[in-house]
Design a protein around this ligand. Sequence first.
Ligand SMILES: Cc1cc2nc3c(=O)[nH]c(=O)nc-3n(C[C@H](O)[C@H](O)[C@H](O)COP(=O)(O)OP(=O)(O)OC[C@H]3O[C@@H](n4cnc5c(N)ncnc54)[C@H](O)[C@@H]3O)c2cc1C
Length: 284
Amino acid sequence: MKSAAFDYVKPGSLTEALGVLAEAGEDARLIAGGQTLLATLNMRLSEPSVLIDITNVEELKGITLDGKHLRIGALVTHTEIEESDLIAKHAPLLKAAAPHIAHRAIRNLGTWGGSLAYGDPAAEWPACSLALNATMIIHSPSGERRVAASDFFIDLYTTSLEPDDILVATEIPIADSAQVFCFQELARRHGDYAVAGLAAVAQKQGDMLTQCKFIFFSVGATPLMAGKTQSWIDGKNLNEQLIVDAVKTAREEIEVIADLTNSAEAKQHLVGVLLERALKQMMA
Ligand SMILES: Cc1cc2nc3c(=O)[nH]c(=O)nc-3n(C[C@H](O)[C@H](O)[C@H](O)COP(=O)(O)OP(=O)(O)OC[C@H]3O[C@@H](n4cnc5c(N)ncnc54)[C@H](O)[C@@H]3O)c2cc1C
């Protein structure tokens, strides 16, 4: 199928883009890498009257180190994240996750901001942004606001972005030397969306993990934080029994939803498998 007809504009600055978006109203769509939006247009799942191409907006580009935070512009592509030395050093979870996103051709065009804004529960970046305590920097005609990742993903494909908002960048606290992380994903073939995945981050002190963040994705309507499991592990010596108990806690607390090919029971089982692998890797 072909998309319905639409007008196309390509603003050259953030101010201009916000102005065009405000004027066009709810009938407009931003387009970044187009790797999700173009498919929904061609299937006529979305029929905007105006496409606003933001790829010339400099304010949305680049990865920079700003004191104790990394700033990742919304237009940074998945490949740029995969290949960035700053990311490898200060947010290694993202480097580990990037190769799991689709295939290289899609990673060359698809963007960090497009993935977060779309809010696909099976996507890697929403889960990673939660695990890393990211802050979303959002601009609208009324100014800038900052939203914690924990308040950003609201429901299936639904974020706290309003129709006149542009996600400009994300700030992530940089990793310190005690931080350990693990990215685990189970997919039918490499490059497919995950059947289930886990982004895990913690501080390691001897045999103990503290400040644990375990975020499961592709199991519910949004990425899901395993709060009880995190508390269960936090500050205790990690041993075989603790891992068995943590796996049981995670399977009980994560409310999984079946998808078209995987039952809820299968996903619940995988939640435990991913957690066990992650804990063993983080303590190794
Ligand atoms: C075959 C295939 C396989 C894929 N596999 C995976 C996968 O395994 N994992 C994964 O995570 N993704 C996967 N994707 C999706 C891909 O990662 C997309 O690039 C990403 O989801 C969206 O980024 P984009 O820049 O292409 O956004 P676009 O398609 O341009 O836009 C997506 C949505 O976000 C909005 N948007 C974009 N930028 C902004 C912004 N700055 N502020 C506010 N709203 C904005 C748009 O209006 C639109 O609604 C796959 C895509 C394809 C085609």
